[in-house]
Design a protein around this ligand. Structure first.
Ligand code: 4AD
Length: 444
């Protein structure tokens, strides 16, 4: 009996008789030949059915095959450089597991995004979408591998929490037995406790933000990996981040060159430049550059987007403009204290600036990582809580961390979806996960 193989492993079985199990993606009929494109979740392959090589009932079954019918196809696997994917199967037998109903909603023609999102449960079957999901899985594995191999311990932090981490405007509130609680915006504060028990740690899971605007970078539920490191300054943190991000990109290129080039249609030349060291620029120097760009811009609409008030946080257009100036990811550090979260350490001698750092991906993708050095003074933290309108009570445990053995420490959060969007070259985060959650979008 022929061995059942996955399409991705075709190269190792060239010249043999094998069975593939999957679904009919597309077909072309040419007289006594049928070209059936079969996909199995690991790739797509062209299979060729010749009337003279198969029993009549197999030919008849193939005649009736509809798009997305499930099949088991057996045949001889040949290397063929002209075939998409480099291999072709000459069919000797075909078993139909299920004839898909006529009228599969996703046709090979272009559909609008709204329609595709309504049919996300089917859209994910298309080879490009499946390739993106495979790449996402590799990104997640690379994240874990790098951290596990570099002395970090994984800790799972709670999803139901009593306090805000990243501001109160994006909290999802839940009723916790009559008390108000929130879905986690970030596991960072708990990680700051975990480092005193374990040394470098990371948490990795879904995080939630009630983002009320529709943008191409914001989801309401996204996955974030958050490493936290004791005895670590902002400068040390940047070195860790650049090694970590470079490793992830390198692993994806290594494993998914074919997916990236042929299915996702990503020009990988810019990804191949991602290696330490990454350029670094202070917020103040970046703001100067943006003002220069603003003054030099003759197109009024574009100029308006680059407008920046003194001390403003950078918006997406600013990040896009800045990141386009560099070939590699760019660190922007020392943002104004006023635009960052309450827990940031301040710059010595310049308390209006924070020891924060964002990493902006090149080609205009913008922020993929946010982090910084954490404040160690109880007094400063209490003052910041007041400035942010946060009650002290839910943070007493957090202040204890500064009372008992406080050390300089730093950490960051990398958003998986934005990283997938950048690495795959996607203009919007909605295609970076199987079932994305966005403003007013919860079906399917
Ligand atoms: O910059 P952020 O808000 O930082 C934190 O949450 C820190 N507590 C992390 C830390 O230091 N431990 O978010 C970090 C990253 C962003 O750079 C972005 O990649 C992603 O999380 N992110 C989002 N991704 C998709 N949709 C959203 N609404 C996101 N908000 C943040």
């Amino acid at each position: 009996m022929a061995e059942w193989i996955r399409i991705k492993d075709a190269a190792q079985h060239a010249g043999k008789s094998v069975t593939l199990k999957g679904w009919l993606y597309n077909r072309t009929d040419k007289g006594k030949l049928k070209f059936l494109q079969v996909r199995d979740g690991s790739g797509v392959i062209q299979t060729v059915l010749s009337k003279k090589d198969v029993p009549d009932e197999v030919w008849e079954a193939a005649e009736k095959l509809t798009q997305e019918s499930s099949v088991e196809v057996t045949g001889n696997l040949r290397a063929d450089p002209r075939a998409p994917g480099g291999h072709e199967l000459s069919v000797t037998d075909l078993v139909v597991v299920n004839y898909a109903q006529d009228g599969y909603p996703i046709q090979l023609k272009e559909h609008g995004v709204g329609f595709l999102m309504e049919h996300r449960h089917l859209w994910i079957r298309t080879p490009r979408q499946a390739a993106i999901l495979r790449i996402r899985a590799t990104i997640i594995k690379s994240i874990r591998d790098w951290l596990d191999n570099n002395g970090f311990t994984l800790v799972d932090n709670p999803i139901i929490t009593p306090a805000a981490v990243e501001g109160t405007t994006t909290l999802f509130e839940v009723d916790y037995f009559g008390e108000s609680a929130f879905l986690s915006q970030s596991g960072q504060l708990y990680n700051e406790a975990n480092i005193f028990a374990l040394g470098p740690v990371y948490c990795f899971g879904p995080t939630f933000r009630a983002e009320k605007s529709k943008t191409r970078r914001h989801l309401t539920e996204f996955w974030m990996v958050e490493p936290e490191i004791p005895f670590c300054t902002l400068e040390d943190l940047m070195e860790i981040e650049e090694k970590f991000v470079s490793y992830i990109v390198e692993r994806v290129i290594d494993k998914h060159r074919e997916d990236l080039i042929h299915l996702v249609e990503r020009d990988i030349s810019s990804l191949e430049k991602v290696a330490p060291p990454f350029p670094r620029i202070s917020y103040e120097d970046a703001a100067l550059k943006l003002r220069e760009m603003y003054n030099a811009e003759s197109d009024l609409a574009k100029r308006e987007l680059l407008f920046l008030e003194e001390g403003d946080d950078f918006g997406a257009p600013h990040e896009t403009a800045l990141s386009k100036l560099y070939e590699k990811p760019l660190f922007v550090y020392h943002y104004p204290t006023a635009v960052k979260a309450f827990y940031m350490e301040t710059v010595e001698g310049a308390p209006h600036l924070s020891r924060s750092v964002d990493l902006l991906a090149p080609e205009g993708y913008g922020e993929v990582v946010g982090g910084g050095q954490r404040a160690t003074s109880v007094e400063l933290l209490e003052q910041r809580l007041d400035e942010h309108g946060l009650h002290h009570d839910p943070y007493q445990w957090y202040l204890d961390l500064r009372r008992y053995g406080s050390v300089p420490h730093s950490g960051f959060g990398l958003g998986v979806e934005r990283t997938v969007a950048w690495i795959c070259g996607l203009p919007h985060v909605r295609e970076t996960g199987a079932f994305p959650r966005m403003l007013e979008k919860i079906y399917p």
